[in-house]
Design a protein around this ligand. Structure first.
Ligand code: SF4
Length: 367
């Protein structure tokens, strides 16, 4: 248990496509959030005191907190950090300046995940973002100058977006990591109500271009949506994709924790802010060994490194190969998977057709 996710739910404005658990700050809300977080952290730390290898502040917009609130946020966490620990904070370009970056550095942040989304003003306007192209480039420049590892979030395949231009701009910067997403128009969001639609062919094309353009600049697509230069992979997110365990704090935050046999794990989710402030307990989902095996396949096959089936067998005590082998062979013959020892890896075509690949492997496990 050496990874911790902290959810900071506050945002300056609510983007019309967002369905995360976010709120604008109301009077006294941040103070109440910090007080509750301090209590929750103290209890969690007592049960899981190990120093952390990865610490991730997500949201919302953690960088939207004021300086003294950021200091209080870090003071609320009693964990130590292991040498070389990765400490990531999600930030909007408009919330950063040099003083703010220096404060974050002093607090121990060493990696920034910047919600740039695009470098094109019309696209940023369409997305309802508070920053423009100039602000995005300035934030990247300052963050690099101050010595942060930088990851850019980009949304690809948007109406009026010149995808190549955005990709080339990202590739030309000295950032180590790019997370590329497509716009999900979730029911109930303003975009859904406005009838905004995304063209799936345009999205697929955008990802092919991302692999090409970012690849030429030294980025490897190490996960379906994530590209990294050498040694710049997101260590915290790798814990998720490798189906590891992590702790979580804050409203709506989800944790994946070990459980007593015959279960393998349990997933807990805190309630949204108002109920979390009232100290309502998290909801809990039991994960039996077979469910964990299915999750490990689904998540592991998102990664270029794939999934080590023997390791999943060792964790769960289940004999998986005899069940998987026939379907795995067929998927290999179809050019969708590769096998290295007991490791299954997706081919580039397998990544495109990943959903179907996973369903067929799950079918074999359940048969
Ligand atoms: S900044 Fe991010 S978390 Fe906040 S509203 Fe926009 S998309 Fe949602």
């Amino acid at each position: 248990m050496s990874s911790l996710y902290v959810h900071v739910p506050f945002c300056p404005t609510l983007c019309p496509y967002c369905d995360f658990h976010v709120v604008r700050r109301g009077p006294g809300w941040v103070e109440a959030y910090l007080a509750r977080l301090r209590e929750e952290a103290a209890i969690l730390h007592e049960a899981h005191p190990d120093p952390l290898k990865t610490l991730y502040f997500g949201g919302g917009t953690p960088s939207f907190l004021r300086d003294r609130e950021l200091v209080a946020l870090f003071q609320a966490l009693p964990w130590g950090l292991r040498p070389g620990a990765e400490v990531t904070l999600e930030a909007n370009p408009g919330t950063l300046n040099r003083e703010r970056l220096r404060l974050l550095k002093d607090l121990g942040v060493n990696r920034l995940s910047l919600g740039v989304q695009s470098f094109q003003d019309p696209v940023l306007k369409f997305l309802g973002r508070a920053h423009g192209r100039k602000g995005a480039l300035r934030a990247v420049e300052l963050a690099l100058e101050e010595g942060f590892r930088v990851s850019l979030d980009l949304i690809l395949g948007l109406p009026m977006q010149n995808v190549d231009q955005d990709l080339k701009e990202a590739a030309s910067l000295e950032v180590g990591h790019v997370s590329a997403y497509t716009l999900q128009v979730e029911p109930g969001t303003p975009f859904a109500l406005l009838g905004v639609e995304v063209d799936p062919d345009k999205e697929a094309e955008a990802f092919l271009r991302a692999e090409e353009v970012l690849g030429q600049a030294g980025f490897v697509r190490y996960e379906v949506s994530n590209f990294a230069r050498d040694k710049e992979e997101a260590q915290h997110n790798l814990v998720y994709w490798r189906a590891g365990f992590w702790l979580a704090l804050g409203p709506s935050a989800t944790a994946h924790l070990p459980a007593q046999a015959p279960l393998y794990a349990r997933r807990t989710q805190n309630p949204p802010l108002p109920r979390w402030l009232r100290e309502e307990p998290p909801s809990e989902e039991a994960i039996p060994p077979l469910e964990h095996a299915k999750e490990s396949l689904m998540l592991g096959l998102r990664l270029r490194e794939g999934v080590e089936v023997k390791a999943v067998e060792a964790r769960t005590g289940l004999s998986l190969w005899p069940r998987l082998e026939g379907v795995a062979q067929a998927l290999i013959a179809e050019g969708l998977l590769l096998r290295e020892g007991s490791r299954l890896k997706p081919t580039p075509r397998g990544l495109v057709l990943l959903h179907g690949v996973v369903l067929r492997l799950w079918g074999a496990l359940e048969a």
